[in-house]
Design a protein. Structure first.
Length: 181
């Protein structure tokens, strides 16, 4: 079972993340704090992510330091609700989240999707911009290059990066954006 404290620093703007990952037979709990400054705006937030034992996303509670809160829940089969249990049909088909400003969420598809070396896998994510907290669907492509390297591409092909991970699938290096401390 994985029990790890990870810290990343942002390479593109001043910022840090302190993250704790606790895996048990019942699932995975992630607790993390983000702080930094991007495009002239200071930000701070903390979040908790709940995953089932297969690293399938089940819930998110994110609170920014300005008091804004986002609650999301998923059934693991691509159906989503908000904190008041209202359906979010725009996120239908998404299995993972991608939280802007956090390399941790890249680990979710790496651990969950059963990626096969050399075979690109197109995934539908619930992308969450930290400044707006309004999730929207986004296609992403992950290709396993070897046991510790993964090619990440935006669905429209405008962005790509080779992600380096540790033995647990946690991001060590995300070129130009993050590195593990």
């Amino acid at each position: 079972m994985l029990h790890r404290i990870i810290r990343w620093r942002s390479l593109a703007w001043p910022g840090y993340e302190h993250c704790e990952v606790h895996e048990s037979a019942d699932g995975v709990l992630v607790r993390s704090v983000l702080a930094g400054e991007r495009d002239g705006h200071k930000y701070g937030a903390h979040y908790e992510i709940g995953l089932d034992p297969g690293w399938v996303f089940r819930g998110l509670r994110l609170e920014r330091t300005d008091g804004e809160v986002l609650l999301l829940n998923a059934d693991g089969r691509g159906h989503w609700t908000d904190g008041e249990h209202r359906r979010l049909p725009q996120l239908d088909g998404c299995l993972d989240i991608d939280l802007s400003g956090s390399p941790l969420t890249n680990t979710l598809p790496i651990r969950r999707a059963g990626l096969v070396p050399g075979t690109p896998q197109r995934l539908r994510m619930a992308w969450i911009p930290l400044d707006l907290l309004k999730p929207r669907p986004e296609e992403q492509v992950y290709t396993k290059l070897d046991e510790r390297r993964f090619l990440y591409e935006s669905g429209d092909g405008t962005f790509r990066a080779e992600l380096e991970t540790d033995d647990a699938g946690l991001i060590v290096r995300y070129p130009g954006l993050f590195e593990q401390l």
